[in-house]
Write a protein that binds this ligand. Structure first.
Ligand SMILES: Cc1ncc(COP(=O)(O)O)c(C=O)c1O
Length: 389
């Protein structure tokens, strides 16, 4: 299929043809057995994606709403009057804090500079000196591209007897997330990032025993009440309100695609694509915001040469079908972001690097010699074997 836009973003993504087709499936009623079977199928596949089985003590609810809906469902439903500590090292950690302050009067914040690691010692010290019942953080802090260590913070949280909640919106489907090992009570994600489907659905995967406890807490919202979602899932395999059924079909298909590719193979393919992009951009003389070892496998955050205007830069790439993200907050006008999720082939990656090189030259960036004929001389791209990935 000819695509007018190549989405080199952290999401939304170019969806697979069979995901696009899935939204046109039969019209069904969400109070009938067809929808119940669809939701059961999605739940089983979500659990499988997280290396969990049907009876592993975890459940997955699906919400009609973007990733923020899943985050808000957790933060408004699972805290009650307890004390919650939000760890933030970027925009999305900040958003968790903003949501939590609306719903939870006992919200604490430990803030670290954007693009820097969460200081584990500082978290440990805070947990020792304060009574904290819940710790919440972002796995992949999309604003910088940093993959935060949920293993370390999970262990620390457990050692201090608190419950652990993680925003996995931009890492699920791309990174191994071991809920048991990290002792995660609830995690959130969305359909439109590394899961590879259309935007509009999100989900919460959590421990069954924690879902069970939610009914004893006071409801703070109606639409996003996780206790209600769980009740409908458990008793009828339905959703409390009218769901966006076509998007459920699409999500099911994208999960089939991931699982048939195989989790480990998929993760290494994404890593490979990220590496091709990173190597190519380094050859163009660009520099990255954070160290490669700290990056997630879905996104690269790149310094824009200081003399280039961001809007003009993005416009030139857009004119050649390439869509990238621009930095936000303290990174605004300083960095751009390049994602490698969705239906992006090795040929698309080569096209991206060739086009980026051309645009940089238009801005008089002197490109180191070896990449002047990128795509013909760069050894990475000679044996492109699209079928192999
Ligand atoms: C880590 C993270 N959390 C939350 C969100 C919010 O998701 P949405 O825009 O789907 O509501 C995003 C979106 O990019 C994200 O990257």
């Amino acid at each position: 299929m000819l695509r007018e836009h190549l989405l080199f973003t952290p999401g939304p993504v170019n969806v697979a043809g069979n995901v696009r087709n899935a939204i046109g499936k039969d019209d069904i009623c969400h109070r009938e057995v067809e929808f119940e079977n669809l939701l059961k199928s999605i739940e089983a596949k979500l659990l499988k994606l997280f290396q969990l089985t049907d009876n592993s003590g975890y459940r997955a609810v699906v919400i009609t709403g973007s990733g923020t809906a899943a985050n808000e469902a957790i933060l408004s439903s699972a805290v009650g009057d307890q004390h919650i500590l939000i760890l933030s090292n970027g925009e999305f950690g900040g958003r968790l804090h903003a949501i939590s302050t609306i719903h939870n009067k006992n919200t604490h914040l430990l803030e670290f500079p954007w693009g820097e690691e969460i200081d584990v010692a500082a978290v440990g010290a805070y947990l020792k000196s304060h009574h904290i019942d819940v710790v919440a953080m972002v796995h992949h802090e999309t604003s910088s591209g940093m993959l935060n260590s949920i293993e370390t913070i999970g262990a620390l949280t457990k050692a201090n007897g608190a419950m652990f909640v993680v925003d996995c919106v931009s890492s699920a489907g791309a990174e191994i997330i071991n809920l048991k090992k990290c002792d995660i009570a609830f995690c959130s994600s969305s359909s439109s990032k590394a899961i590879g489907s259309h935007a509009g659905l999100s989900f919460v995967i959590g421990k069954t025993q924690e879902f069970e406890k939610l009914k004893d807490l006071p409801a703070k919202t109606t639409y996003l009440n996780l206790a209600t979602f769980y009740h409908f899932l458990k008793t009828r395999s339905q959703t409390p309100n009218t769901p966006a059924v076509p998007l459920f079909y699409a999500l099911e298909q994208s999960l089939i695609n991931i699982l048939s590719e195989g989790g480990p193979k998929r993760f290494s393919n994404l890593r490979y694509k990220a590496q091709l992009l990173r190597d190519g951009m380094l050859r163009l003389g660009l520099r990255f915001l954070i160290d490669q070892k700290d990056m997630c496998s879905v996104l690269t955050t790149v310094h824009l040469p200081s003399h280039i205007d961001m809007t003009a830069f993005r416009r030139k790439l857009r004119a050649q079908t390439i869509i990238i993200y621009e930095g936000k907050g303290c990174f605004k006008d300083r960095v751009f972001q390049v994602g490698n999720i969705g239906e992006l082939s090795l040929v698309d990656i080569q096209f991206f690097l060739d086009t980026l090189g051309g645009v940089l030259r238009e801005f008089n960036v002197v490109i180191p010699k070896p990449v002047l004929a990128l795509g013909t001389q760069n050894p990475i791209f000679k044996p492109v074997n699209v079928a192999a990935i």
